[in-house]
Design a protein around this ligand. Structure first.
Ligand SMILES: [Ca+2]
Length: 274
């Protein structure tokens, strides 16, 4: 009888423990809150995109970097001989300013740090620093990896180089402080491309893939997959459209801007659970 009673108590403790663990794991579902290691990476949630608005986009632009700030989209375009940094009005789609990049550089990801924009280059091991207001080049410095995507979490420049590794670099020296390997279901995810840091989450394009992934900054685990393939259906002219690339986040509206290389449209979207 005593044994039966003890087993009953034990069973109650186990049920309570399972409930506590389950409740804790559910508390990290809001993507607008900073996440911790215990809250991301243990399972994957699948999303699709809902188009809110369309912004015209020069389909000659080989989009390599995209960021929103204060009513403007900042875009880095690539290719040798066609690389640039541009400022686009988010309401009209008009290009307000263009800063061309020397023909010997292939421009890549950009991010805003304070009153400056930092722009990577693909295989030139050089980053350019521009004034945010005028887009005039103020400085440049070297780093040792290929440059693909770039974003900023307030402390580190977060860089992708086309592998499955993401680097956390010092903003001034570009010295690498930390790296993570991006994995999904335990397998490395290669070709991590354009990046966007949003409230404790790193969103990333994958080159030649129509899915955007949400990466846990602490352990590299993918915990959200956003299927953006439907956007091709909304392009005016999809004949020459290259791959999905470019993620920017509007903190005021909690919406994302997505586009692609040589796409004629930038889409303002929300992520919707599938
Ligand atoms: Ca971005």
């Amino acid at each position: 009888m005593l044994l039966k009673h003890m087993l009953s108590i034990l069973k109650t403790i186990v049920v309570l423990a399972v409930f506590v663990v389950f409740a804790a794991s559910c508390s990290g579902g809001d993507t607008n809150q900073a996440v911790s290691t215990s809250q991301c990476g243990d399972f994957i949630t699948y999303y699709t995109v809902e188009v809110i608005s369309k912004i015209s986009h020069n389909k000659a632009n080989f989009t390599q970097g995209l960021q929103y700030y204060n009513g403007k989209l900042y875009e880095s375009t690539g290719l040798y001989g066609a690389s640039s940094l541009q400022r686009i009005d988010v309401n009209t789609g008009l290009v307000e300013l263009i800063q061309t990049v020397d023909d010997s550089f292939f421009a890549e990801g950009i991010t805003i740090v304070g009153s400056q924009i930092i722009q990577l280059t693909w295989r030139e091991y050089t980053a350019f620093v521009y004034d945010l207001d005028t887009l005039t080049q103020e400085d440049s410095f070297s780093y040792s990896t290929e440059g693909w995507g770039l974003t900023y979490d307030g402390e580190s420049l977060i860089l992708s180089d086309g592998t499955s590794t993401i680097y956390f670099n010092e903003p001034l020296s570009f010295e690498t402080k930390k790296t993570i390997v991006v994995t999904m279901d335990g397998n490395p995810v290669k070709n991590i491309n354009e990046l966007e840091y949003v409230n404790g989450i790193i969103y990333g394009n994958i080159w030649q893939d129509d899915n955007i992934i949400a990466i846990c900054p602490q352990n590299g685990k993918v915990f959200e997959v956003i299927d953006a393939s439907a956007l091709y259906n909304f392009l005016e002219d999809r004949q020459y459209a290259d791959v999905l690339n470019g993620i920017a986040y509007n903190n005021d509206t909690n919406t994302f801007y997505l586009t692609g290389k040589k796409w004629d449209t930038i889409f303002e979207v929300s992520f919707v659970v599938k």
